[in-house]
Design a binder for this molecule. Sequence first.
Ligand code: KG4
Ligand code: ZN
Length: 341
Amino acid sequence: MRVLGLESSCDETAAAVVEDGVRALSDVVASQHDVHRPYGGVVPELASRAHVVNVVPVLDQALAKAGVGLDGIDGIAVTYGPGLVGALLVAVQTAKALAWARGIPLVGVHHLEGHLSAIYLEPAAPPMPHLALIVSGGHTSLVRVDDHGVVVELGRTRDDAAGEAFDKGAKLLGLGYPGGAVIDRLAATGDPKAVAMPRAMTARANDDFSFSGLKTALLHHVRAHGVPEGQALADLCASYQAAIVEVLVRKTRRLARREGLTHVQVCGGVAANRGLRAGLAAAAAEDGFTLYVPPPARCTDNAAMIAAAGYYRLARGERADALLGATANLPLPRRAVDVAP
Ligand code: KG4
Ligand code: ZN
């Protein structure tokens, strides 16, 4: 089954064709980073407008690269939330128009279910159930994945997402937008122990995260000492990154142990971070769990992951109709009894 995926939830317009949920025949992403860079973050109205401009060319490229026309598409999967509502609407309306005009089955996909499915495009994918750390610009969650599209959230951030911490930290240091990859690059040559940074909510058995205090600690440091340059900047980036990575790794391995889950995946834009990949790989080797990480380009937003997730829903006979809308807030199902804070 060939599934066309469409994604426009934030600042990437993406289209892809995926066969049987496992083989990407094409994977086209038009990034809007240049549009938002002058503002230091995503401007929702500008995002919507850029998606409108990009969506048809990106769709055409995805079909051309896959070597198929719409006649060769058996299903359409589109991200319907969570995300910026005006941005989401562009792919949703495009998908509905195509599905209606060509009589192609349509399903809506949760953006995070998409991130969880990126790994199924790789030769080695985690069995069910497994633990997943989802770390992106908008989300930081630990979830138990019981099946495709069947997840339970066990922990999440109480304030900022890990990617947000990277981006806001980078903005504070004048490193541009989006700043995660820049901090990652600078951190590689820095000393992670150079500057003391807080690790929040690690003292008690709590599976939630908090990153807003870390951002404030960086702000205080910069107010007291100014923005450093050269090696001192690398040291500060390494210290800041280490604080994020250490908390993510510590809580992931603790939860894997407690839940008895021996397969762990990490996904979302921050999963591209080399410090996080190395930290989780070291924990996997020590604790004996198997770690699965998508290639960096499939960590950040793309439509191949949406098509992969949609494949399983389409195969189960699920269909969306013309009433499919965009939903800005779409929480994952939580475990009934939370671990005490
Ligand atoms: O998954 P994604 O593309 O979009 C959302 O769903 O939010 O994630 C984007 C986030 C941004 O915050 C970006 O700074 C971060 O992923 N990111 C990174 C790296 N590459 C992207 N953060 C740390 N290190 C990286 N190498
Ligand atoms: Zn994402």
